[in-house]
Design a protein around this ligand. Structure first.
Ligand code: SF4
Length: 247
């Protein structure tokens, strides 16, 4: 393992980057990103179901890569425990950014009378997730960041490219796992004996915040993202979108 050095080559267009990485497997894409962007590369992680796959891919090359973790104030307690356990076990450089809102006060002021559900998910995601993500990116100012999204998770994600210019942050968003399936991830995690989020065993395939309107376990035959904002058209919290809108 090495500590990332600053690469002189930090300006590259997404078109060129996608050509370079077109035939690369995920481990090679991660290595390419590390070699290309050096200490100007960070990663984001929700410490969700399969998060340890990308974390392992990155940290086996750069042990101290900053791992941005957005704490909305409404995460499952199991997520916080999982993150802390992984941080200690794998000596991860987790950089946590927390919402500036007091969760209880925010719910009250915004007319959310039942903490188990969310009436206005876009308002909540904006105030407690997207604004925190924007603060994190402004604070760390990366040239590029690794994220764990996959094409088979949703129609929107199936149209994404491995490397995208993110106008909102001014950085390149790199998705090394984009073309991997759940089966590929599972194979990698078993091969390296990596732990899943504890709620994985209870049917949670994509794990965000704890209101039941934001995350629920899957039923047989459902897609991995069907448990997120169930019953609505919303499939993204916004941090993977240019403008932070919740589609
Ligand atoms: S996922 Fe739900 S609880 Fe979390 S920030 Fe978005 S609306 Fe709020």
């Amino acid at each position: 393992m090495t500590t990332a050095a600053i690469s002189p080559f930090t300006h590259i267009s997404p078109e060129v980057a996608n050509k370079i990485t077109a035939d690369m497997a995920p481990p090679d894409i991660v290595r390419w990103a590390i070699e290309t962007f050096g200490s100007k590369l960070i990663m984001t992680s929700s410490f969700g179901a399969e998060s340890m796959c990308l974390i392992h891919l990155a940290t086996r090359t750069v042990a101290d890569i900053p791992i941005v973790f957005i704490n909305t104030g409404f995460l499952f307690p199991q997520t916080l425990i999982f993150m802390e356990t992984m941080r200690r076990q794998y000596r991860l450089n987790v950089v946590e950014f927390h919402t500036e809102n007091d969760p209880v006060v925010w719910l009250s002021v915004n007319g959310e009378s039942d903490p188990r559900t969310r009436r206005d998910v876009d308002a909540c995601c904006h105030a407690n997730k997207n604004s925190v993500f924007d603060r994190a990116m402004q604070s760390l100012a990366p040239v590029a960041w690794l994220r764990g999204i996959r094409a088979d998770q949703s129609t929107h994600r199936s149209q994404m490219q491995t490397v995208e210019a993110n106008r909102r942050t001014g950085a390149l968003a790199i998705s090394p796992l984009l073309r991997w399936s759940s089966k590929d991830i599972h194979h990698y995690m078993r091969q390296h004996e990596l732990p899943y989020h504890p709620l994985w065993n209870e049917g949670y395939a994509s794990i965000g915040c704890n209101p039941v309107t934001c995350t629920r376990p899957l039923s047989a035959g459902e897609n991995v993202r069907d448990g997120r904002w169930s019953g609505t058209d919303k499939k993204e919290c916004g941090i993977h979108l240019d403008q932070g809108a919740g589609i």
